[in-house]
Design a protein around this ligand. Sequence first.
Ligand SMILES: [Zn+2]
Length: 307
Amino acid sequence: MFRDWTPRKILAIPFSALLISGIIDSSAACDCHDCCCRDQNAVTVREASPWRIAESPNFQVWSLTTVREAERVARQCECLRTKLTATWNPEASRWKPWCQVVLHAGIASYRRAVGAGADITLGSSLVTPLQGVVKARRIDLQADVDDVLTAALPHELFHVVIADRFRSSPPPLWFDEGVAIQYDVESKRRLHERDVQVALAAGTAFTIDELIAVDSYPPVDRWSAFYGQSGAFVRWLFANRTPEEVIGFARDSRSQGVRLALARYYPGRAKPNVDLAWRREGPPLTTPLPPTWALPSADVALLVKDE
Ligand SMILES: [Zn+2]
């Protein structure tokens, strides 16, 4: 069993601030094509006390608050999945089994569900087994914070989406986390960027070889450097490359080594220089993603928990 974590590094956006700024518009559900989030018939809801359950083509959302929250989260999940699969797995078929999304009302319930790591995270995802046909997909979210759907859901959903592309072995950890970080909110990416600078200044940063060799989560005292560097390295890899090329580099760098992967996907970039180049040339993690990669902007609309 393998669980991913979204570290609790959240600068929560006060709900009242969203209302004042006028960001919330429940009519602006999604701007992506081929998405079922606007289809009134795409989501069914039912109650199984104490749970409210919403079921959509690819998700089953469990909420302890209201049917409306469960339904809105299901639509948001579909919307995000549409966008993420278009970028990272265009040939994705409907998920069977669907992805269960459990909205925990507080830390106690969340801790019981995800175990170790609950106290320092807001979200967690699980895809089992690690290889072969997927038998279960699940995302647990701590739902008692205002921005959980933007802070943790896109990140965790990326992990679930990309798992479909790596069924012979899990995706490299630096790649899995490095791309997921790109979908974190800007305030959180700013903290990751700071962590990179701290690690570089302190001399505790990973070399590229070390980063790519990481196959399990490092000790907690190196989490900050690992997450930040993974995100920064992926951002450098993004430059002028397609998602398929970045996936190809991730696969080949593990199976054939960094030197050969660079020669194939980044010709002209000599490995000895990459350790320096990714920091000098990579845009900061705070810069927006290219528009074609960005997720739907109306996701904050779904933070409205009830009417
Ligand atoms: Zn993650």
